[in-house]
Design a protein around this ligand. Structure first.
Ligand code: ATP
Length: 299
């Protein structure tokens, strides 16, 4: 009888693995309707990332033929630098992250990592080199240790704890009765938005990818939590190529380049200082956010 059940058991494991993978991806990019046609060429080589330079060359993209989302996008992100993408809702910011992960293929143009076209390499090898801290992290119904370790197969407890320290969540975990074995998620301890984001940062630190995408949360956090999270994100961005999808301009003042995206095109680009001096769209957004902050502070 056991012989009969073993395949079922195996299928169950596969199903659970796929299901968990899906939850994670959906959570990352709200990708419920990801097309299935992204397949590797049978002889596709592995991506090699000695440096982590990212380039978008004249990229056009639309989710469907009727509506183009990105138009002639050129980005050059030298290894180890930080690019910030800002712009109104719907401009195509998250779409750029989805294309870099190759959840979709570009309509025309190319995306290169260290000179290799990402459409021509094994998808697994591409995704292994990119970390993401999403806006809203969904936790698995498992221990908090497992949730961090998910960043890398075979991580040791010492490595998990080092990542948790880097993400400023170790002390919190140690204050829990069951420490790293505390169950979290829907059926366990509910974590706050800030705590969940720190788990995501710990995951990214453990994965230690050369390329990191930070999707900043839009929701308002209290200013202390916000400052703590910002310090954590800055820590995660150190020494790697980082793309920040930013909603609060105050967090990207130090970016090497800021790109203002509007209806899928780059409306302005430059450093914070240069863009302020230009007195265009970015300067306008900056002034508006300063006003909003002043009003909040006066409340
Ligand atoms: P926000 O700041 O609100 O997150 P964004 O700049 O990141 O916005 P995107 O998520 O990149 O914007 O979306 C760009 C456009 O593409 C939007 O008009 C959106 O409706 C559309 N879009 C996003 N995902 C899909 C999808 N899976 N299928 C069809 N259209 C989509």
């Amino acid at each position: 009888l056991m012989q009969l059940f073993r395949p079922l058991d195996f299928l169950g494991t596969v199903y659970r693995t796929i299901q968990q993978g899906m939850i994670d991806m959906e959570a990352m990019f709200e990708l419920i309707d990801t097309p299935a046609e992204i397949v590797d060429a049978h002889d596709a080589p592995e991506l090699a990332v000695p440096h982590g330079a990212v380039r978008f060359e004249n990229v056009d993209f639309g989710y469907d033929a009727e509506r183009q989302i990105l138009r002639g996008l050129d980005l050059d992100i030298p290894a180890g630098t930080k690019l910030a993408i800002v712009g109104p809702s719907g401009a195509g910011k998250s779409t750029i992250a989805r294309l870099l992960f190759r959840f979709y293929d570009v309509t025309s143009g190319r995306i290169l990592i260290d000179g290799q076209d990402i459409a021509k390499v094994k998808q697994d090898s591409l995704r292994a080199e990119i970390g993401i801290v999403p806006q809203d992290t969904v936790l698995f119904n498992d221990t908090i240790g497992y949730n961090i370790a998910y960043g890398r197969d075979g991580a040791s407890q010492a490595e998990i704890e080092a990542a948790a320290k880097g993400a400023a969540i170790h002390d919190f975990i140690m204050s829990l009765e069951h420490g790293y074995r505390t169950r979290v998620g829907e059926r366990g301890l509910k974590l706050s938005g800030g705590e969940k984001q720190r788990v995501a940062v710990a995951r990214a630190l453990l994965k230690d990818p050369p390329v990191l995408i930070l999707d900043e949360a839009t929701s308002a956090l209290d200013s202390r939590t916000e400052a703590e999270i910002q310090a954590t994100l800055d820590q995660a961005a150190r020494n790697r190529t980082t793309i920040v999808i930013a909603h609060r301009l105050s967090t990207i003042v130090d970016a090497d380049e800021i790109v203002v995206l509007e209806q899928g095109r780059i409306a302005e680009r430059g450093s914070h200082v240069a863009l302020i001096a230009k007195a265009g769209l970015y300067a306008e957004m900056w002034a508006r956010q300063r006003e909003e902050r002043a009003i909040d502070a006066a409340r």
